[in-house]
Design a protein around this ligand. Structure first.
Ligand code: XMP
Ligand code: MG
Length: 188
């Protein structure tokens, strides 16, 4: 991304387009090896995982199917509530399927641990997770994440699918959102 394309709402670019592409290629080679000869269903978590799903799926030299879920845990703020609601469920029957959940980011881990438990009740052969980003310092539950793109500091990030109040999803890289964007004036 050129400097002129970086909105002033970002304090810095954390992960570039190039870094994302390289890392997704590395993860894809591992996924191809791990699922060789097996069926693979990618389950994307809307809306944040749209970009990582699109790029990962095209990078994979492996026959896949794709499905989507939408869950809500956040509202429009920046703190996880731990309360998860299914807004859109899968169309696919998971019995006997190898499921790979594709996520944009693991923050507290509360959303994913709920999702894992939910999908595991549906009789899949396996359920694993691929997340582009993880914030280790924010973890409130311990989740076994097989494929992680990047571990990042405990800052609110946007871009490459990630939003703040639905904005910035179309940035090609991941950047740190400037606190003045989401901090009420009185608290600054
Ligand atoms: P938890 O805390 O349950 O959060 O792991 C998972 C979901 O929260 C959103 N999230 C973020 N979105 N920048 C964002 O744009 C962030 O830094 C961030 N941290 C969490 C995201 O939707 C994720 O799936
Ligand atoms: Mg998400």
């Amino acid at each position: 991304m050129e400097p002129r394309d970086i909105p002033e709402d970002l304090t810095e670019i954390l992960i570039s387009e190039e870094q994302i592409r390289t890392r997704l290629a590395e993860l894809s080679r591992r996924i191809e090896a791990d699922y060789a000869g097996k069926d693979l269903l990618l389950v994307g978590v809307l809306k944040g995982a749209v970009m990582v799903m699109a790029d990962l799926a095209r990078e994979l030299h492996h026959p896949i199917t794709m499905d989507w879920m939408a869950v809500s845990s956040y509202g429009s703020g920046t703190e996880s509530s731990g309360v998860v609601r299914i807004l859109k469920d899968l169309d696919t029957d998971l019995s006997g399927r190898n499921v790979l959940i594709v996520e944009d980011i693991i923050d507290s881990g509360l959303t994913l641990s709920w999702l894992l438990a939910n999908l595991n009740t549906r009789g899949p052969a396996s359920v694993e997770i691929c997340a582009l980003l993880r914030k280790p310092e924010a973890a409130r539950v311990d989740i076994d994440v097989k494929y992680v793109g990047f571990e990042i500091p405990n800052k609110f990030v946007v871009g490459y699918g990630l939003d703040y109040a639905e904005k910035y999803r179309n940035l090609k890289s991941v950047g740190i959102l400037a606190p003045h964007v989401y901090t009420p004036v009185a608290a600054q």
